[in-house]
Design a protein around this ligand. Sequence first.
Ligand code: BJ8
Length: 426
Amino acid sequence: MEQKNYRPMWKDLGLNLEGHDQLLTVLGNAYKDIYLSQENRPKAMQYLDFVISEAHGLRIEELMETKKKGNKVIGTFCVYVPEELILAVGGTCVGLCAGAEIGIDEAEKVLPRNTCALIKSFMGFKLAGLCPYIQASDLVVGETTCDGKKKAYEILNDYKETYVMEIPQMKTERDRALWRGEINQFKDKLEQLTGRKITAKNLKKGIRVANEKREALQRLSQIRKTVPSPISGLDALLANQIAFYDDPIRFTRNIHVLCDELEGRVKKGIGVAKNGAPRILMAGSPMALPNWKIPFIVETSGATVVAEESCVGERSTRDLVEETGETPGKLMDAITDRYMKIDCACFTPNQDRIEHILQLAKDFKVNGVIHYAIQFCTPYSVEAYKVEKTLQGKGIPCLKIETDYGMEDMGQLKTRVEAFLEMVGK
Ligand code: BJ8
């Protein structure tokens, strides 16, 4: 099929066309090398391959179409932003580009060099004019999670209106009250932006759509508990990454098609890796699209990643919003409670996260845990100490990795991962 010419749309969006062409070439080649070279992929992955191939084309065209109808597009960087409220006003919530080493030179003009790669990436994408999602967004919603993000949003706001939600740092009743107030204020902001009221009816519908997406991803996660896993960690990670920007209803439907196929594989005992391949849990910082570096190293070294304890994974799909409330207030209470359960390392203390890691290690019958922190991410790299200590206490091997989005340390990381896999495989 001939590729449609999206250049006029990209030009209207104010993208840097030359840089954007280069970006698409690099990403296309990386996808071919990392994804399409995998053997024994489920057929239903073709849907996700298609979504990736049209991530800057058809999907952006869809966003522009919905905007023409008066609907708003809201860009986000964190799973704390409640998608349910955005859906309630007929909006679309999209995760913004933050997973590639792009526009770093531009980013480092406004940010210190020792800023985490995710933050440098989103700033770089914006300043270099390479992210069509931020260009298409009517509003960016940030959050006061880590210090780096919080301060970077002040700078981002000079280039794109950025509304910031205050996330508490602890989980006491007082913190819940603060977060409940933030949800209310966000509701007011959305109503003002769209001129539409949030009602019990549209909010219930928004909650259902977001819950259904989570349920589909939970089903996918559940299937990966099987030994051997019928899907690679790379493919499952891709599903979790695409969840942040595909149309939620279409995405949910297609994840169920994938799960049907995987359940068929399970019945026949078909796995993606050799029998006895080590099963690995990845824990830590989120892997935003197209950050595939560590799972690629792990899986090309003979192991399978069977779960992600991450916001691009279990942390954002584990909990549903209770749907029984009959007023907007009651439903927002339920949204507040659901989001208060997110165990981001920005919270203190954060014992729930340690418990979740132990539970996942048990449920997914893993041979070892790789703790991944994006370089210069203080919350996750500091918390790694407690994670490792607890796992060691339970006799579960743990490898701590800190890295950025660059490829320079691939060889060194591969050596460390291979040594770890050899150890856990014994
Ligand atoms: S709820 S994990 S998505 S904040 S990697 S920018 S923490 S220095 S991404 Fe996150 Fe929300 Fe938490 Fe999840 Fe800062 Fe660390 Fe960088 Fe991070």
